[in-house]
Design a protein around this ligand. Structure first.
Ligand SMILES: CC(=O)N[C@H]1[C@@H](OP(=O)(O)OP(=O)(O)OC[C@H]2O[C@@H](n3ccc(=O)[nH]c3=O)[C@H](O)[C@@H]2O)O[C@H](CO)[C@@H](O)[C@@H]1O
Ligand SMILES: C=C(OP(=O)(O)O)C(=O)O
Length: 436
């Protein structure tokens, strides 16, 4: 088992560039199944989840050629649909959430798909109803196998229709859009998710010949086409990494420049960190975060305590709430963190409390952070990373703490952050990966 050994307290300095977006990559790479032609993808993050998805495509007989570490060419001209029945697929696909999105593309092209019991973060119930009901509305039959947790999906033909999604599920919308792109007639998807990940997917599909309008809104119209062709796509910078680096800079009192941050696609993210009192300057597409001795959490106009909560895009992404929470630990003032979507994503605060943070966990969804105002440092401890974002939040806490911390289960961090140890070492962080 790999662990990170962290000695906290160093101020960091320098430039860091975000990787390509993980959650976009999982959609885009699934979409290569929609065409027998070549698809070239740039800025692919070199992380566990994405590498596993690429491996799965290889096992399905998709020709994969890595031209460099972050560029791959895919050609799905001889897909082995039967691989999806194999024990190997069940095992591997169950290790990441993104594998569910193979289904939309498979249905569009082969009228047959499986949704595995998905992996991904164990952060509470993560239902797939929106995906399956959307497919059903397009004319798909499904069979749910209680034993293996697999949905078996088949269709004679996909027929466009109107649908109002039960919730704006990110991977669900991606799946339905991919299936609808090659259905007969027009599909209208209302209450669609509209994260930049999805905007990027829709733009890519349009370049392949799809007819999707309403991109960036919660009302997508997809006119089905018979055939999609090859294309080239470049992933946006990972907005969750950008947010993580902003939080890291504030907690460790560091001066950091986030290069090529993709500012136009960050939505409300910079504003949420500004509400914590963090200063930042946009210089072209870079974000400069100055060293700040202190930062003060804003209050509402009426003096009320600030609440930061998650909401479907363009609201604040749930994937950054753990980072906001940890960043508030050394602020002046208090904030209520309300994680509405996931019911098990806040339990990692136990470790932060053990390190000396002042946090009240009100219930599984809400925690109040009372800032320490840098009057007292956190203490290093041994802890285990429960999910990707909590893992990085703990890493930020450890880098700001006094003494040594050991972070176990770092595979969780590696799922989503590319060589985070070496990249942070380059900024002056004392972090070592070792086997225990
Ligand atoms: C691979 C990938 O892209 N993963 C992201 C994707 O997961 P994923 O697509 O799995 O998440 P969903 O958007 O389906 O929703 C996540 C959970 O939140 C609940 N829910 C969703 C929408 C809503 O308005 N209210 C609500 O309560 C759902 O019931 C579900 O349990 O989107 C999540 C929500 O942004 C992110 O945390 C994940 O990082
Ligand atoms: C929850 C996340 O990922 P996944 O959906 O892959 O588990 C995340 O990226 O924060």
């Amino acid at each position: 088992m790999n662990v990170f050994e962290v000695r906290g307290g160093n101020r960091l300095k320098g430039e860091i560039q975000p990787q390509g977006a993980k959650n976009e990559a999982l959609q885009i790479i699934s979409a290569v199944l929609l065409t027998p032609e070549t698809v070239t993808i740039h800025n692919i993050p070199d992380i566990l989840d994405v590498n596993l998805l690429i491996e799965l495509l290889g096992e399905m007989n998709v020709k994969v050629r890595r031209t460099d570490r972050h560029t791959c060419t895919f050609q799905a001209d001889d897909v082995n649909v039967d691989y999806l029945h194999s024990a190997d697929f069940k095992k591997k696909s169950g290790r990441l959430r993104g594998s569910v999105m193979l289904a939309g593309a498979m249905l569009a092209r082969f009228k047959k798909a499986f949704i595995p019991k998905p992996g991904g973060d164990k952060i509470g119930r993560r239902r797939l109803d929106t995906h399956v009901i959307g497919f059903e509305k397009l004319g798909t039959r499904f069979d749910y196998n209680q034993e293996d947790g697999f949905f078996h999906l088949t269709a004679d033909k996909l027929q466009g229709t109107y649908m109002l999604l039960d919730e704006p599920s990110v991977t669900g919308t991606a799946n339905i859009v991919m299936a609808a792109s090659m259905a007969s007639g027009t599909t209208t998807i209302y209450n669609a998710a509209c994260e930049p990940y999805l905007q990027q997917l829709c733009k890519m599909l349009n370049r392949m010949g799809a007819k999707i309008s309403g991109i960036g809104s919660n009302l997508l119209t997809v006119e089905g086409v018979d055939y999609l062709g090859g294309t080239t796509h470049t992933m946006l910078p990972d907005m969750i990494e950008v947010g993580s680096f902003i939080g890291l800079a504030a907690m460790t009192q560091s001066e950091i420049t986030i290069k090529n941050a993709g500012i136009n696609d960050l939505g409300i993210i910079p504003d949420k960190f500004r509400q914590l009192g963090i200063q930042m300057e946009f210089k072209g597409d870079d974000i400069f975060i100055p060293e700040q001795e202190s930062y003060t959490i804003q209050r509402y106009f009426d003096g009320g305590v600030l609440t930061i909560y998650d909401h479907p895009w363009p609201g604040f992404t749930p994937d950054l709430l753990s980072i906001v929470l940890v960043t508030a630990i050394q602020a002046h003032g208090s904030v209520l963190i309300h994680q509405k979507m996931f019911e098990s994503r806040l339990f990692f605060v136990d470790k932060l409390i053990e390190m000396g943070a002042q946090i009240i966990l009100c219930d599984p969804h809400r925690a109040v952070v009372i800032g320490l105002e840098r009057e007292q440092r956190l203490r290093g401890i041994t802890m285990s990373s429960p999910d990707i974002r909590a893992g990085v939040a703990l890493l930020i806490a450890a880098l700001s703490a006094e003494g040594k911390s050991i972070i176990q289960n770092i595979e969780q961090i590696d799922r989503g952050y590319q060589q985070i140890d070496t990249r942070l070492q380059a900024l002056g962080a004392d972090i070592k990966r070792s086997q225990k």
